[in-house]
Design a protein around this ligand. Sequence first.
Ligand code: WT7
Length: 650
Amino acid sequence: MTTDQQTPPNETAGEYPKFYYPPENVVENANVTAYAREKGFANADELYAWTIENPQQFWGEMATKFLDWYQPWEKVLDDSNAPFFKWFTGAKTNVVHNAIDRHATGANKDKAAIIWESEQGETKTYTYAQLAAEVNRFANILKSQGVEKGDRVTVYLSRVPELVIAMLAIVKIGAMHSVVYGGFSTEALHSRIEDAKSKVLVTGDGGWMNNKIVELKKITDEAVDRAEDIVKSVIVLKRTGHDITMKEGRDHWWHDLAAQPGMDDPCPTEQMDTEDPMFMLYTSGTTGAPKGLVHACGGYQVQVATTLSFVFDIKPDDVYWCAADPGWITGHSYIVYGPLMLGATEVIYEGAPSYPNPGRWWDVAAKYGVTILYTAPTAIRGLMRFGEEWPNKYDLSKLRLLGSVGEPINPEAWRWYHRVIGKDRCPIMDTWWQTETGAFMITPNPTTPLKPGSGTKPFFGIEADVLTEEGEPATGADDGLLVIKKPWPSMLRTIYGDPKRYVEQYWTRLPGFYTAGDAARKDEDGYYWVIGRIDDVIKVSGYRLGTAEVESALVSHPAVAEAAAIGLPHELKGQAIHPYVILRQGFEASDALAEELRKHVGKEMGPIARPETINFVPGLPKTRSGKIMRRVLKARALGLPEGDTSTLEA
Ligand code: WT7
């Protein structure tokens, strides 16, 4: 099997312990321990076994434990039309009721929901009541722009509280958000607007990153110009205050719309069917354009709330910080919806981890007394390189739990995180999941003995396995396909506009099972080790990019006839993009052209997609049917055997 990462080292014989055990007080006080005891179980393992026998009872209990419903469900799971599974059918709900409304009128009214700090040092705090008022106002603004239930609204903003407010307001009125990460650029934004057919787009004049302005509005203008007949209204948040162009009739300042009469009138939260779509989020897949994954109103919130409570163990006094971007699924589930559903206080920081110096994150963590920190291996590796003296300058003693997501974490980075940041006292929750799964699937909880680099075992109610292509259990040191054997509440429901692709992509490789697209290994203790993607997805700094998107960006340059992109290992980013390019007649390979192409991809897709190198080649290895064999390019680049090349064109 072709994989992206090296198999994790076998550490049982090394100088390090096999297991890192969580401190006793953490286990004793964990939310999950309380629930296990309530159910009459001695520990989390016994609880897990019960949830696998009774998944519907388990998820049903979670749905009442963590959430309110306008109307109860008839069935927890309807599997009559698999793989189009339905959850909590017959119920009425809205996640905004659970995340906002009930807190704003209840005991959490004056509790801080969001503490925001910008790179430039501005700070802002929203209590639950204040957040509710902002969400209400923006919901009215959206309605004034013609947004109705079922409409798709594209949101393209930097990491500001208004991004969270916009998302919540969209869902409040029963529309769907399609958030495009603020680090993406023109073509990435355009293709997502085009596919979602969003009449309304929410953006800002700009955002801050590394003391530079990200030209959100300028990029929006270019993207919308390519989709002129679709977007009728662009709502612009004033953030940086620098000069931008506003197009008469199409563009409106957020604050001007907010000043319209009636915007503070109460806007009812729409009562949704559980299977109504809640949002879509584009992600890169094996082939072609990014696909809009659709999540539904009922099940998504149940699994997000449950996993956040049982894995990150949120308690009323916690200060939780997920350093991801709301523009990715991590931010959707564990910045926007999860913490607010649980009535938590969370920190949102806009900007780069190392601005103005590599102590910035630790400064933020110390300043707000962060107790739970959730980030990605790439950020840890990046900060690690500046040395321990930076974190050691700050008081990180409030930290209780740490988290990691996005790609496998190298044991070396894990140990640094555990020792230097967590002072050997904070268990690390290495959470494996995907845009598709909506919430954690394979993850420790605070009672789990840990192995650095392993996401440990499936979450309660989740049945997973590692299988061969033939559907047999992969044994010993062999890699296999990571599969999920039973439906789960926060699963994607379909690919927007393409249900056939949903079935083909996820449910046909091993019929009856969901194939995740990852290679994995299960060790002798039943611990899972995710090795990497087996498809054409490249993970750059944990961000998911498709070879196809990078290639079409390259081919849109007049010099390029054909391109093939592969991901190769990179010390900080995990993987970096290395395209192979065939030039059109009349163009000559040069360093200047390579630089121009790198910039071009950065401009079309976004800085994260900028290739590391450009390799000019006269031809590409192809199958006889004309498919580029990226696998062969990769093997050649890494000096590895080329594998089965029997289909390679002579
Ligand atoms: C892919 C999904 C889920 C939020 C962020 C990524 C990789 C994710 C881990 C982890 C090893 C991981 C997988 C997966 N991945 N978390 N803890 N250990 N690999 O979501 O962009 O949809 O990417 O990220 O390869 O398939 P995504």
